[in-house]
Ligand binder design. Structure first.
Ligand code: SF4
Length: 179
């Protein structure tokens, strides 16, 4: 039987959700007899091909992230929002309390570690920042939500096993994680 093809990517995030995926440890090795990763930040393959399941970590805060999100959606039969950032906006959405101009000023000019005597804010070859960070379902259809910050590895395992059985997973409450 052909393996289920998976692609994963990350947008505005801390990479913690993919670390949870790796935290499946030997269970991930077991799953690899039934699934294969076609693209992933872990393998550093950024091209998307048609896959059965797309997994997205992180929210959308700029035009490049939106482009990546649309590409993985177009290529995925089922799309999973992995973690609170993808599901709800999460930590990155804390910048929504501030004006975009103030965020750029803080990041490029004011931070204690910044050396920028000309006080320039780059705008060439830098993705346009959106005024607000939003969860991915504000832009594309999401089929499965795995909340948590980071999600419990057992929730990821549960979801993948349900998908392998042909069911759309609904994560049990006891597997929701907010550590
Ligand atoms: S949900 Fe939490 S762990 Fe996952 S990317 Fe967002 S901040 Fe990081």
């Amino acid at each position: 039987m052909a393996k289920v093809k998976i692609a994963s990517t990350w947008l505005e995030c801390c990479s913690g959700c993919h670390m949870s995926l790796l935290d499946l440890d030997e269970k991930l090795v077991e799953l690899l007899s039934k699934i294969e990763f076609d693209a992933s930040p872990i393998t550093d393959i950024k091209e998307f091909h048609p896959v059965d399941v797309g997994i997205v970590e992180g929210s959308v805060g700029n035009e490049e992230q939106l482009e990546v999100l649309k590409k993985i959606r177009e290529n995925s039969k089922i799309l999973i929002a992995l973690g609170d950032c993808a599901c709800f906006g999460g930590i990155p959405a804390m910048r929504n309390f501030f004006k975009k101009e103030d965020v750029l000023k803080r990041v490029y000019i004011e931070t204690e570690s910044t050396v920028n005597p000309k006080k320039t804010i780059p705008h060439v070859d830098v993705p346009e920042l959106f005024p607000a960070v939003k969860p991915i379902d504000q832009f594309v259809k999401v089929d499965v939500y795995i909340p948590g910050c980071p999600p419990d590895p057992r929730a990821i395992e549960y979801a993948l096993k349900e998908l392998l059985e042909g069911r759309i997973p609904v994560i049990p409450t006891e597997l929701l994680s907010y550590e």
